[in-house]
Design a protein around this ligand. Structure first.
Ligand SMILES: *Cc1c(COP(=O)(O)O)cnc(C)c1O
Length: 377
């Protein structure tokens, strides 16, 4: 038990072996012509940035892509080597700091390109250019991309190491849309080749395109969801079963057991009072940790000794469990909120159903207060 866990006994278990195996599965699926870049944005999709990144680099990720600069700098400070590309989402004035930390910026407008060129300290500054093929978030619009890229290529002090776009999808209709847009992006790359611009990395697909086997003329894929065992496509296709959950468990310990015999204590049915007549257990796993009530009143449960224990209430710091039917519960016993317990399991899919959201959203709702144990299961 780590020190943090002793002070507050609730923790998430991150399975590094599953993470490495998922990367290997993605590398196999990408085939020899495509490198696999690992997306570790948003605290490695909530799984713990540093430990996850270290595991992925050791397991053969070609590069790491991050979503924000503080996390990118944290990777360098942790001594993680290899190329780190920042997806963008910052103002031009931070370019100098990015370059100083040996991070590769994404450029998607002229101000950013000029700022990156100005950050040159002798040699050319490597940059990636992002094209918006229709998603409508960051990127140079496809229609203007050829002019933009050729202008950036002429800027002294810069070197275009990569050109990419992002076309995620979640279902068949989205796939049809994305594959049409992908053809337009491939057309841009072909035009740029005739202009003499052939960057080292071209990338268009993430997890969706890789999983669906969408046609690809690029030489890299940038994968997030699949590395963490999550399918971006719903319902998940059969191929998704090759990828195992990396957040393998959330557990906590009973810090209080309440024996509340007798009649219901008369609290208002919509209020906070827990009805009497049962044995309750408390675990420090509350709203502040990202625990949430189920929507539409679908009952939630945890597991104790492989038995289902209903969740009665969730407050800021605590969850209250119904322990009726558990023989002599003991202080300090482990409760499983996610994962396996003596042959029973609570899955991310159960949580996603309780909260009417996607599995990734369940993981991202964890607030980061819970200790993360990065082990090998
Ligand atoms: C997040 C991201 C990815 C990875 O997407 P997944 O669906 O999680 O695999 C790839 N490319 C870009 C540009 C991204 O922002």
């Amino acid at each position: 038990m780590g020190a943090q866990q002793a002070l507050r006994p609730v923790w998430a278990e991150i399975d590094r072996q599953a993470l490495a195996a998922n990367l290997s599965a993605a590398i196999r699926r990408a085939g020899p012509g495509r490198r696999v870049i690992a997306s570790v944005k948003a605290n490695a999709y909530g799984h713990g940035l540093i430990e996850v990144s270290r595991t992925l680099v050791e397991a053969g990720a070609a590069a790491l892509w991050t979503g924000n600069i503080p996390e990118a700098i944290a990777l360098r400070r942790a001594g993680i080597a290899g190329p780190i590309i920042t997806f963008g989402g910052y103002l031009p004035e931070v370019m100098a700091s990015l370059v100083a930390h040996d991070l590769i910026p994404t450029v998607y407008d002229w101000d950013g390109a000029k700022a990156a060129a100005a950050a040159s300290r002798g040699g050319p500054v490597p940059v990636y250019l992002k094209i918006d093929s229709g998603l409508g978030r960051l990127g140079v619009p496809l229609a203007k991309a050829r002019d933009f890229v050729t202008a950036v290529a002429r800027l002294p002090g810069l070197r275009i190491d990569g050109i990419y776009t992002h076309l995620p999808f979640g279902d068949a209709a989205g796939q049809a849309w994305a594959e049409t847009r992908a053809r337009d992006f491939a057309g841009l790359l072909a035009q740029l080749r005739t202009d003499g611009i052939e960057p080292e990395i071209t990338q268009l697909w993430g997890s969706s395109g890789l999983l669906a086997g969408s046609p690809d003329g690029c030489n890299a894929v940038c994968v997030g969801h699949l590395l963490y065992g999550l399918s971006p496509i719903h319902p998940a296709p059969a191929e998704a079963s090759e990828y195992q959950p990396v957040l393998s468990a959330i557990r906590g310990r009973l810090i209080a057991i309440g024996d509340r015999p007798g009649p219901a204590n008369g609290g208002p049915p919509s209020g906070y009072a827990i009805a009497g007549g049962r044995t309750t257990g408390v675990v420090p796993f509350g709203l502040g940790d990202g625990m949430r009530r189920s929507v539409a009143g679908a009952p939630m449960h945890a597991l104790l000794r492989g038995r289902r224990v209903p969740i009665l209430g969730i407050s800021l710091e605590h969850v209250v469990l119904d322990l009726d039917g558990i023989e002599a519960p003991r202080l300090g016993e482990a409760v499983t909120f996610l994962g396996q317990s003596e042959g029973e399991a609570v899955t991310l899919a159960d949580w996603a159903a309780w909260h009417a959201c996607r599995e990734l959203e369940v993981v991202m709702a964890l607030s980061g207060r819970i200790a993360m144990e990065h082990g090998v299961s």
